[in-house]
Ligand binder design. Sequence first.
Ligand SMILES: N[C@@H](CC(=O)c1ccccc1NC=O)C(=O)O
Length: 293
Amino acid sequence: MANWRHMETKVLEEQYSPSCWSLRMDKDAVIKAHVKELTEGTQRSRGITHTLLNVSYGSEVGEKLDIYLPSKSIGAFPLLVYIHGGYWQELSKEESGFLAAPLVAKGVAVVAVGYDIAPKGHMDLMVSQVRRSVAFISQQYPLSRGLYLCGHSAGAHLAAMVLSTAWSEYGVKPDIKGVFLVSGVYDLLPITRTYVNLPLQMTEEVALRNSPMQHVQEVKSVFKNCRIVVAVAENDSLEFHRQSREYFQSLQELGLNTSFSVVANTDHFDVIERLCQEEYVLTQMILEVILDA
Ligand SMILES: N[C@@H](CC(=O)c1ccccc1NC=O)C(=O)O
Protein backbone atom coordinates (compact mmCIF):
# COMPACT_ATOMS: atom_id res chain seq x y z
CA MET A 1 0.00 0.00 0.00
CA ALA A 2 1.10 3.57 -0.70
CA ASN A 3 2.93 5.60 1.92
CA TRP A 4 0.37 7.75 3.76
CA ARG A 5 2.11 10.90 2.51
CA HIS A 6 1.11 9.98 -1.04
CA MET A 7 -2.52 9.13 -0.31
CA GLU A 8 -5.38 11.31 -1.42
CA THR A 9 -7.16 12.92 1.53
CA LYS A 10 -10.24 10.77 0.94
CA VAL A 11 -8.20 7.55 1.11
CA LEU A 12 -6.20 8.71 4.14
CA GLU A 13 -9.38 9.72 5.97
CA GLU A 14 -10.91 6.33 5.27
CA GLN A 15 -7.80 4.61 6.67
CA TYR A 16 -8.22 6.68 9.83
CA SER A 17 -11.99 6.06 10.13
CA PRO A 18 -12.13 2.82 12.11
CA SER A 19 -15.90 2.50 11.71
CA CYS A 20 -15.50 1.99 7.92
CA TRP A 21 -13.67 -1.30 8.46
CA SER A 22 -16.02 -3.29 10.66
CA LEU A 23 -17.38 -6.44 9.02
CA ARG A 24 -20.16 -6.66 11.62
CA MET A 25 -22.13 -3.46 11.08
CA ASP A 26 -22.25 -0.27 9.07
CA LYS A 27 -20.36 2.87 10.12
CA ASP A 28 -22.99 4.54 12.30
CA ALA A 29 -24.32 1.32 13.80
CA VAL A 30 -20.91 0.10 14.96
CA ILE A 31 -20.19 3.33 16.85
CA LYS A 32 -23.66 3.38 18.39
CA ALA A 33 -23.28 -0.26 19.47
CA HIS A 34 -19.79 0.50 20.83
CA VAL A 35 -21.00 3.28 23.11
CA LYS A 36 -23.92 1.11 24.27
CA GLU A 37 -21.66 -1.88 25.06
CA LEU A 38 -19.19 0.25 27.01
CA THR A 39 -21.94 2.09 28.92
CA GLU A 40 -23.83 -1.07 29.87
CA GLY A 41 -20.61 -2.91 30.73
CA THR A 42 -19.56 -0.06 33.01
CA GLN A 43 -22.95 -0.11 34.75
CA ARG A 44 -22.57 -3.87 35.30
CA SER A 45 -19.06 -3.42 36.75
CA ARG A 46 -20.31 -0.69 39.09
CA GLY A 47 -23.08 -2.99 40.28
CA ILE A 48 -20.81 -5.86 41.27
CA THR A 49 -17.56 -4.28 42.48
CA HIS A 50 -16.57 -1.93 45.28
CA THR A 51 -15.99 1.47 43.65
CA LEU A 52 -14.38 4.80 44.47
CA LEU A 53 -15.82 7.16 41.86
CA ASN A 54 -14.65 10.67 40.88
CA VAL A 55 -11.36 10.64 42.77
CA SER A 56 -9.45 13.83 41.89
CA TYR A 57 -5.88 13.42 40.64
CA GLY A 58 -5.50 17.13 39.82
CA SER A 59 -7.18 20.46 40.39
CA GLU A 60 -9.18 20.65 37.13
CA VAL A 61 -12.78 19.39 36.94
CA GLY A 62 -11.85 16.85 34.25
CA GLU A 63 -8.96 15.42 36.30
CA LYS A 64 -10.81 12.59 37.99
CA LEU A 65 -10.65 8.83 37.94
CA ASP A 66 -12.80 5.87 38.99
CA ILE A 67 -11.38 2.93 40.93
CA TYR A 68 -12.92 -0.56 40.85
CA LEU A 69 -11.57 -2.55 43.80
CA PRO A 70 -11.40 -6.24 44.59
CA SER A 71 -13.36 -7.11 47.74
CA LYS A 72 -11.47 -8.08 50.91
CA SER A 73 -8.43 -6.31 49.52
CA ILE A 74 -5.85 -4.70 51.78
CA GLY A 75 -3.96 -2.64 49.24
CA ALA A 76 -1.55 -5.31 48.05
CA PHE A 77 -3.21 -5.85 44.68
CA PRO A 78 -2.02 -5.22 41.14
CA LEU A 79 -3.61 -2.15 39.52
CA LEU A 80 -4.58 -1.85 35.88
CA VAL A 81 -5.04 1.73 34.66
CA TYR A 82 -7.37 1.93 31.64
CA ILE A 83 -7.17 4.89 29.24
CA HIS A 84 -10.19 5.15 26.96
CA GLY A 85 -10.22 5.83 23.23
CA GLY A 86 -12.48 8.00 21.06
CA TYR A 87 -9.94 9.91 18.95
CA TRP A 88 -9.20 12.36 21.82
CA GLN A 89 -12.67 13.85 21.28
CA GLU A 90 -15.25 11.27 22.38
CA LEU A 91 -16.02 8.99 25.33
CA SER A 92 -15.12 9.49 29.00
CA LYS A 93 -14.40 7.55 32.16
CA GLU A 94 -18.18 7.11 32.60
CA GLU A 95 -18.10 4.39 29.90
CA SER A 96 -14.67 3.05 30.80
CA GLY A 97 -15.23 0.58 33.65
CA PHE A 98 -16.63 -2.14 31.37
CA LEU A 99 -13.43 -4.25 31.62
CA ALA A 100 -13.38 -4.25 35.45
CA ALA A 101 -15.59 -7.25 36.31
CA PRO A 102 -13.39 -10.18 35.12
CA LEU A 103 -10.20 -8.50 36.40
CA VAL A 104 -11.55 -7.50 39.81
CA ALA A 105 -12.83 -11.08 40.21
CA LYS A 106 -9.19 -12.22 40.00
CA GLY A 107 -7.96 -9.65 42.52
CA VAL A 108 -6.85 -6.90 40.09
CA ALA A 109 -7.98 -3.32 40.81
CA VAL A 110 -9.01 -1.34 37.72
CA VAL A 111 -8.69 2.44 37.37
CA ALA A 112 -10.60 4.29 34.61
CA VAL A 113 -8.92 7.62 33.92
CA GLY A 114 -10.80 10.75 32.86
CA TYR A 115 -9.06 13.43 30.82
CA ASP A 116 -10.18 16.58 29.00
CA ILE A 117 -11.08 15.60 25.45
CA ALA A 118 -11.01 18.15 22.58
CA PRO A 119 -12.00 20.83 22.00
CA LYS A 120 -11.64 21.59 25.73
CA GLY A 121 -8.42 19.60 25.99
CA HIS A 122 -5.52 19.81 23.58
CA MET A 123 -2.90 17.13 22.97
CA ASP A 124 -0.21 18.41 25.37
CA LEU A 125 -2.82 18.70 28.14
CA MET A 126 -4.24 15.19 27.62
CA VAL A 127 -0.74 13.69 27.68
CA SER A 128 0.09 15.61 30.86
CA GLN A 129 -3.20 14.55 32.47
CA VAL A 130 -2.74 10.81 31.89
CA ARG A 131 0.87 11.05 33.10
CA ARG A 132 -0.26 12.82 36.28
CA SER A 133 -3.05 10.28 36.82
CA VAL A 134 -0.49 7.45 36.75
CA ALA A 135 1.84 9.37 39.11
CA PHE A 136 -1.12 9.92 41.46
CA ILE A 137 -2.12 6.24 41.48
CA SER A 138 1.43 5.13 42.15
CA GLN A 139 1.68 7.53 45.13
CA GLN A 140 -1.79 6.60 46.38
CA TYR A 141 -1.11 2.85 46.32
CA PRO A 142 2.53 2.42 47.36
CA LEU A 143 1.86 -1.15 48.45
CA SER A 144 0.35 -2.23 45.15
CA ARG A 145 1.71 -5.35 43.47
CA GLY A 146 2.64 -3.40 40.34
CA LEU A 147 1.00 -1.04 37.93
CA TYR A 148 -0.26 -2.06 34.52
CA LEU A 149 -1.60 0.15 31.75
CA CYS A 150 -4.16 -0.62 29.09
CA GLY A 151 -5.24 1.82 26.39
CA HIS A 152 -7.50 1.57 23.39
CA SER A 153 -7.08 3.53 20.15
CA ALA A 154 -6.35 7.15 21.19
CA GLY A 155 -6.01 5.75 24.72
CA ALA A 156 -3.25 3.39 23.52
CA HIS A 157 -1.49 6.46 22.15
CA LEU A 158 -1.79 8.15 25.55
CA ALA A 159 -0.63 5.00 27.39
CA ALA A 160 2.42 4.81 25.10
CA MET A 161 3.17 8.47 25.93
CA VAL A 162 3.00 7.57 29.65
CA LEU A 163 5.76 5.03 28.98
CA SER A 164 8.04 7.78 27.63
CA THR A 165 7.57 10.16 30.57
CA ALA A 166 10.53 11.95 32.17
CA TRP A 167 9.42 10.91 35.68
CA SER A 168 11.85 13.18 37.51
CA GLU A 169 9.46 16.04 36.64
CA TYR A 170 6.67 14.19 38.46
CA GLY A 171 8.60 13.25 41.60
CA VAL A 172 7.82 9.51 41.26
CA LYS A 173 8.94 6.49 39.31
CA PRO A 174 5.87 4.32 38.94
CA ASP A 175 6.43 0.58 39.04
CA ILE A 176 4.88 -0.10 35.62
CA LYS A 177 5.23 -3.83 35.00
CA GLY A 178 3.13 -4.28 31.90
CA VAL A 179 1.36 -2.32 29.18
CA PHE A 180 -1.38 -3.46 26.80
CA LEU A 181 -1.73 -1.22 23.75
CA VAL A 182 -4.82 -2.08 21.73
CA SER A 183 -5.41 -0.73 18.18
CA GLY A 184 -3.44 2.43 18.88
CA VAL A 185 -1.94 5.34 16.95
CA TYR A 186 1.77 5.94 17.57
CA ASP A 187 2.59 8.48 14.87
CA LEU A 188 0.26 11.50 14.94
CA LEU A 189 1.52 13.12 11.74
CA PRO A 190 -0.95 11.39 9.37
CA ILE A 191 -3.76 12.42 11.74
CA THR A 192 -2.92 16.10 11.19
CA ARG A 193 -3.99 15.68 7.55
CA THR A 194 -7.45 14.30 8.40
CA TYR A 195 -10.83 15.36 9.83
CA VAL A 196 -9.70 13.94 13.18
CA ASN A 197 -7.52 17.02 13.64
CA LEU A 198 -10.38 19.52 13.28
CA PRO A 199 -11.17 19.72 17.01
CA LEU A 200 -7.57 18.98 17.98
CA GLN A 201 -5.88 21.62 15.82
CA MET A 202 -2.45 20.01 16.17
CA THR A 203 0.42 21.59 14.29
CA GLU A 204 3.11 19.23 12.95
CA GLU A 205 5.30 20.26 15.87
CA VAL A 206 2.65 19.30 18.42
CA ALA A 207 2.03 16.02 16.58
CA LEU A 208 5.73 15.10 16.56
CA ARG A 209 6.25 16.08 20.20
CA ASN A 210 3.36 13.80 21.15
CA SER A 211 4.14 10.83 18.92
CA PRO A 212 5.31 7.74 20.85
CA MET A 213 7.31 6.66 17.75
CA GLN A 214 9.57 9.65 18.38
CA HIS A 215 10.16 8.73 22.03
CA VAL A 216 11.04 5.04 22.20
CA GLN A 217 14.51 5.75 23.65
CA GLU A 218 12.87 7.17 26.77
CA VAL A 219 10.94 3.90 27.23
CA LYS A 220 14.19 1.97 27.15
CA SER A 221 15.89 4.11 29.74
CA VAL A 222 13.12 3.63 32.33
CA PHE A 223 11.18 0.45 31.57
CA LYS A 224 13.79 -2.13 30.53
CA ASN A 225 11.85 -5.04 32.00
CA CYS A 226 8.29 -3.88 31.47
CA ARG A 227 6.22 -6.27 29.34
CA ILE A 228 4.71 -4.36 26.40
CA VAL A 229 1.94 -6.04 24.38
CA VAL A 230 1.08 -4.29 21.10
CA ALA A 231 -2.23 -5.66 19.80
CA VAL A 232 -4.31 -4.69 16.77
CA ALA A 233 -7.71 -5.90 15.60
CA GLU A 234 -7.59 -8.24 12.60
CA ASN A 235 -10.15 -6.05 10.81
CA ASP A 236 -8.52 -2.70 11.54
CA SER A 237 -7.36 -0.72 8.47
CA LEU A 238 -3.92 -1.22 6.94
CA GLU A 239 -2.73 2.09 8.40
CA PHE A 240 -3.69 0.92 11.91
CA HIS A 241 -1.85 -2.37 11.29
CA ARG A 242 1.20 -0.49 10.00
CA GLN A 243 1.27 1.86 13.00
CA SER A 244 1.11 -1.00 15.52
CA ARG A 245 3.69 -3.11 13.70
CA GLU A 246 6.15 -0.24 13.31
CA TYR A 247 5.83 0.83 16.95
CA PHE A 248 6.32 -2.79 18.06
CA GLN A 249 9.38 -3.13 15.80
CA SER A 250 10.98 0.02 17.22
CA LEU A 251 10.51 -1.29 20.77
CA GLN A 252 11.84 -4.69 19.78
CA GLU A 253 14.94 -3.22 18.13
CA LEU A 254 15.77 -1.56 21.45
CA GLY A 255 15.69 -4.96 23.14
CA LEU A 256 12.51 -4.28 25.12
CA ASN A 257 10.28 -7.12 26.37
CA THR A 258 7.54 -6.73 23.79
CA SER A 259 5.16 -8.86 21.74
CA PHE A 260 2.80 -8.23 18.83
CA SER A 261 -0.67 -9.75 18.44
CA VAL A 262 -3.26 -9.52 15.72
CA VAL A 263 -6.53 -10.31 17.51
CA ALA A 264 -8.45 -12.68 15.22
CA ASN A 265 -12.07 -12.00 14.26
CA THR A 266 -12.25 -8.56 15.83
CA ASP A 267 -12.66 -5.00 14.53
CA HIS A 268 -11.53 -1.71 16.07
CA PHE A 269 -14.49 -1.70 18.44
CA ASP A 270 -15.14 -5.25 19.67
CA VAL A 271 -11.38 -5.78 20.11
CA ILE A 272 -11.77 -3.75 23.33
CA GLU A 273 -15.49 -4.22 24.12
CA ARG A 274 -14.88 -7.93 24.64
CA LEU A 275 -12.62 -7.27 27.63
CA CYS A 276 -15.82 -7.50 29.68
CA GLN A 277 -15.72 -11.28 28.96
CA GLU A 278 -13.44 -13.46 31.09
CA GLU A 279 -12.89 -16.04 28.32
CA TYR A 280 -11.83 -13.47 25.66
CA VAL A 281 -8.27 -14.02 24.40
CA LEU A 282 -7.09 -10.51 25.39
CA THR A 283 -8.63 -10.75 28.88
CA GLN A 284 -6.77 -14.04 29.30
CA MET A 285 -3.52 -12.50 28.05
CA ILE A 286 -3.84 -9.56 30.48
CA LEU A 287 -4.59 -11.89 33.40
CA GLU A 288 -1.65 -14.15 32.51
CA VAL A 289 0.80 -11.26 32.37
CA ILE A 290 -0.47 -9.75 35.64
CA LEU A 291 -0.90 -12.95 37.65
CA ASP A 292 2.42 -14.51 36.48
CA ALA A 293 4.43 -11.48 37.61
N1 LIG B 1 -14.66 8.85 13.28
C1 LIG B 1 -14.30 7.65 13.96
C2 LIG B 1 -15.04 7.64 15.26
C3 LIG B 1 -14.36 6.88 16.33
O1 LIG B 1 -13.26 6.41 16.14
C4 LIG B 1 -15.07 6.71 17.62
C5 LIG B 1 -16.32 7.28 17.81
C6 LIG B 1 -16.99 7.11 19.01
C7 LIG B 1 -16.42 6.39 20.02
C8 LIG B 1 -15.17 5.80 19.84
C9 LIG B 1 -14.50 5.96 18.63
N2 LIG B 1 -13.27 5.41 18.37
C10 LIG B 1 -12.55 4.59 19.12
O2 LIG B 1 -12.63 4.41 20.27
C11 LIG B 1 -14.61 6.44 13.12
O3 LIG B 1 -14.85 6.57 11.94
O4 LIG B 1 -14.64 5.33 13.61
